[in-house]
Ligand binder design. Structure first.
Ligand code: KG4
Ligand code: ZN
Length: 387
């Protein structure tokens, strides 16, 4: 079964064609990151306008890339929430319209569920569309994640720990009480003057600072020990205290380096280092990098330990990572460290399928379609949709 997936929940416009919920025939993403970089975050009105400009070319390109005709497509799926209302509306409306025009079943997909299903994606062995459907049109194939499993969904807007007992069956164990993990990365990157999106910027700054210490044969020990909110007895998360601690540390850092100057009101000021002499600037960058590393370590610590505890409590043999923050190398390594000694397998999607894309939307839709599900065409966007 070939599904055309459409994703437009935030600032990425995606179209993809996926066979049997797993095999990638085409995956096209138009990103607006460069536009929003100027503002230090996503501007909703700008995002929806860009979605509108990109959506049709992206779908056309996906069809060309897959070498398939409309007649080959058996269902159309689009994200209907959670996300930015204006952005969601573009992909959902186009998806429903295409389904109506082509007389195809339409499926609205939950964006969080799509992130989880990125773990089922793999390269197609060949682009032969004619293979016997009974061979691959199945809910369980070798190489698929094994149920029951625990999934940590960490994106720009969500941090959720989920028990998945079977396809499309979710039990929410915990969620963030304030900032999402990705949001914390983005806000802290802003405090440190590292730019947007924050996750990759923090990861890079932390790595460069640690390399610098290694080069100078200094111990790679982080002087910044940041607070962790464990919220014991629950699987909920909280990252706002960590963010505030970062703000205070960043202010103190500028004050230390520039005695006599008043404390800056916002963390953005830390980037003033770049205007100093080259040696001071370099030292400043190392400090910022170590702060970034301390922050990353704190957030990764809490995510990894709570995920491991959930995996133990529910006796699962497999843990999945999903969402933009799943691209974080430190998080993957730390989780591996927690889970491998227990014989629990960790799986995460390749980096391009961690952040927003439409292939994951098509994958999630396939497993709903297997049960004959479809949505009416009056389905509306749900910006606050949960799992
Ligand atoms: O899933 P996603 O593309 O969009 C949402 O559904 O929100 O996630 C975007 C988030 C951003 O907050 C971004 O900073 C974060 O994922 N992110 C990362 C990394 N790459 C992206 N966070 C930490 N480390 C990364 N390498
Ligand atoms: Zn996402």
């Amino acid at each position: 079964m070939l599904v055309l997936g459409i994703e437009s929940s935030c600032d990425e416009t995606g179209a993809a064609i996926v066979k049997d919920g797993r095999y990638l025939l085409a995956n096209v993403v138009a990103s607006q990151t460069e536009i929003h970089e100027r503002y230090g975050g996503v501007v909703p009105e700008v995002a929806s306008r860009q979605q509108l400009a990109a959506i049709l070319p992206v779908i056309e390109t996906a069809l060309q890339q897959a070498h398939c005709r409309w007649e080959d497509i058996e269902a159309v799926a689009a994200t209907y929430g959670p996300g930015l209302a204006g952005s969601l509306l573009v992909g959902l409306t186009v998806g429903k319209t295409l389904a109506l025009a082509r007389d195809l079943p339409f499926l609205g997909v939950n964006h969080l569920e799509a992130h989880i299903y990125a773990n089922w994606l793999r390269q197609a062995p060949d682009t032969d569309l004619q293979t016997d459907a009974s061979e691959t049109e199945s809910a369980y194939l070798p190489g698929d994640p094994l149920f029951p499993l625990i999934c940590l969904v960490v994106s720009g807007a969500h941090s959720e720990l989920v028990l998945m007992r079977d396809h499309t069956d979710y039990l929410l164990l915990g969620r963030t009480r304030d900032d999402a993990a990705g949001e914390a990365f983005d806000k802290v990157a802003r405090i440190l003057g590292l730019g947007y999106p924050g996750g990759p910027a923090i990861q890079r700054a932390a790595r460069l600072a640690e390399e610098e210490l290694r080069q100078q044969r200094l111990p790679v020990r982080n002087p910044y020990r940041l607070p962790r909110a464990w919220l014991r007895g629950t699987y909920d998360f909280s990252f706002s205290g960590l963010k505030t601690a970062m703000l205070h540390l960043a202010e103190g850092l500028v004050a230390d380096q520039q005695p006599g100057r008043p404390l800056p009101s916002g963390g953005r000021q830390v980037s003033r280092y770049t205007t100093m002499g080259s040696e001071a600037a370099r030292r400043g960058q190392v400090h910022i990098g170590l702060l970034a590393a301390g922050f990353q370590e704190a957030i990764v610590d809490v995510l990894a330990v709570k995920t491991r505890m959930a995996a133990q409590e529910y006796h699962v043999r497999q843990v999945l990572l999903a969402g933009g923050v799943a691209a974080n190398v430190a998080l993957r390594a730390r989780l591996e460290e927690e889970l491998t000694p227990l014989g629990i397998r960790l799986q995460y999607p390749p980096i391009e399928f961690c952040t927003d894309n439409a292939a994951m939307v098509a994958a999630a839709a396939f497993f709903h379609r297997l049960h004959g599900e479809q949505h009416d065409l009056d389905l509306d966007v749900e910006p606050n949709l949960s799992l």
